[in-house]
Design a protein around this ligand. Structure first.
Ligand code: MRU
Length: 356
C-alpha cells in the first residue's frame, strides 16, 4: 500500500540486509531501518519496530537468513530459531514461520542453505500478500451486502492495527476495506485508539489516511455507545492466534468490543490468514498471553511543537500498573471468520471445512 503516494511493503531483503519500516516511529517519522544480524531481527520484534502477527512471522523467517549469513553453522541456526520464537509469545505466526523454515532447511548442505532459506522466506512473504489479498476479496462480499441494503456509507469498527503495516501488504482486517474503497463503496472506519501502544491511532488511522479512507479515532471505550446509537454497521478485527474451535486471541480490548457487538446485534468478523490458526491448543487458557512492561501504560510518547518526539509520565510515580497485551474472544461472539480460502463459522467444523 502507499505512503506519500509511493507503494511500499513492510519488509524486504536487499543487499544481504533486511529492510523494515520502523513502526515505533510512526506516524511522526517514516524511517526505513536495516536489520544486519539475527540479533537485530530479534530486537526489532521485541521492541515492536515490526509487529502484527503475519509481519513478525516473516521477520523471523528473514532473521534466520541473517543468521546463516552471519555464521553458517547448524547449532547457531538452532539457537537463533529458539530465540526468534521466544521474542514474542502470543502470535503463533512466529513459531509457524520458524518451524516452516527449519523443516525446509533440515538436511540442506552448507553451500545451498543460504539460497534455500532466502527463497523460503520470500515465499512466506509472497504467500502472505496473496492470502491477505484474498481475505480482502472474500470480506468485500460482506461489505457489498451491507452497502446494497443500506445504500449509504458503511461504518466499520476496527481494533488495534490489523492493517497492511501488520502484514506485508493489504492487511487482514483492512483488506476488505481497501477492496471496497477501490470499488467505490463509501466506507468510514471507527479506529479504536488501542491503548497503551496506540496502534489504532498511530498506525491504522495513519495508513487509512494515506489511502484516502475516511476514519475517526475513538477511545477504546467509545465503541459501545457508538453501537447503541446505530453508528457501527460491522466490526472487523485481526487475530494473533485462532484456535481450531474458533476462539480468537487478539489485542487487549477485542473481547469487550465483541461483547458490545453481540449486545447490539452488530456482526463481529475476524480476518485471518491460515498461518494464524493454532491446531494444537484446544483450550484458550493455554494461550500464552504476553505481559509487557508497565511503562507502556505509565508513560506516553508524542511529538512537541518543535517536532521533537518526547516521552512523558502520565501516572503517579508510585502507582502499580499491569500491561496484558492480548485477550481471547470466545467463538460464540464471532459472527464468522474471513480467511484466504473463504468465510466460515468460528468453529472446528467451519475451519476444518476450509483447511483440512
Ligand atoms: O501487539 P501487536 O501490535 O503486534 O498486536 C497486533 C494485533 O493484535 C493484530 O490485530 C494481529 O496481530 C493481527 S495482524 C493482521
Amino acid at each position: 500500500m502507499k505512503i506519500n503516494g509511493k507503494s511500499y511493503r513492510t519488509i524486504w531483503f536487499e543487499n544481504n540486509l533486511v529492510k523494515i519500516i520502523d513502526q515505533t516511529k510512526l506516524p511522526h517519522q517514516f524511517i526505513i531501518k536495516e536489520l544486519k544480524s539475527v540479533e537485530d531481527a530479534i530486537n526489532a520484534i521485541k521492541l515492536m519496530e515490526v509487529r502484527g502477527a503475519p509481519l513478525i512471522g516473516v521477520t523471523a523467517a528473514y532473521g534466520l537468513v541473517l543468521s546463516i549469513i552471519e555464521k553458517n553453522d547448524l547449532s547457531f541456526l538452532r539457537n537463533s530459531s529458539e530465540k526468534l520464537i521466544a521474542s514474542r509469545p502470543t502470535a503463533i505466526n512466529l513459531k509457524w514461520a520458524v518451524n516452516r523454515m527449519m523443516t525446509k532447511l533440515s538436511g540442506v548442505n552448507e553451500k545451498e542453505i543460504k539460497n534455500i532459506a532466502l527463497a523460503e522466506a520470500k515465499l512466506i512473504a509472497e504467500e502472505d500478500i496473496e492470502f491477505c489479498k484474498n481475505i480482502g476479496l472474500n470480506g468485500l462480499e460482506i461489505i457489498e451486502e451491507i452497502f446494497s441494503k443500506k445504500k449509504d456509507t458503511v461504518n466499520i469498527l476496527t481494533h488495534c492495527n490489523a492493517g497492511w503495516l501488520a502484514t506485508i501488504d493489504w492487511g487482514t482486517a483492512t483488506s476488505p476495506i481497501y477492496h471496497a474503497h477501490k470499488k467505490g463503496i463509501k466506507i468510514h472506519v471507527w479506529v479504536d485508539e488501542t491503548r497503551p501502544r496506540n496502534q489504532g491511532s498511530n498506525l491504522t488511522s495513519y495508513e487509512l489516511n494515506e489511502e484516502g479512507i475516511a476514519n475517526t479515532v475513538i477511545t477504546d471505550n467509545a465503541g459501545g455507545i457508538l453501537m447503541q446509537r446505530g453508528k457501527v454497521d460491522m466490526c472487523i478485527v485481526g487475530t494473533d492466534r485462532t484456535l481450531s474451535n474458533g476462539d480468537v486471541c487478539n489485542k487487549i480490548g477485542t473481547y469487550l468490543k465483541a461483547l458490545a457487538a453481540k449486545d447490539n446485534n452488530i456482526p463481529f468478523y475476524v480476518a485471518l490468514p491460515s498461518s494464524t490458526i493454532d491446531w494444537s491448543i484446544k483450550n484458550y487458557k493455554q494461550i500464552p498471553i504476553e505481559e509487557r512492561d508497565p511503562e507502556e501504560l505509565s508513560h506516553i510518547e508524542g511529538i512537541d511543537d518543535e517536532n521533537k518526539i518526547k516521552k512523558v509520565r502520565i501516572y503517579p510515580k508510585g502507582s502499580k500498573a499491569m500491561n496484558l497485551a492480548f485477550d481471547v474472544t470466545p467463538a460464540k461472539y464471532v459472527t464468522a471468520l474471513i480467511t484466504e480460502k473463504g468465510i466460515c463459522e468460528a468453529s472446528e467444523e467451519g475451519l476444518s471445512r476450509l483447511f483440512k
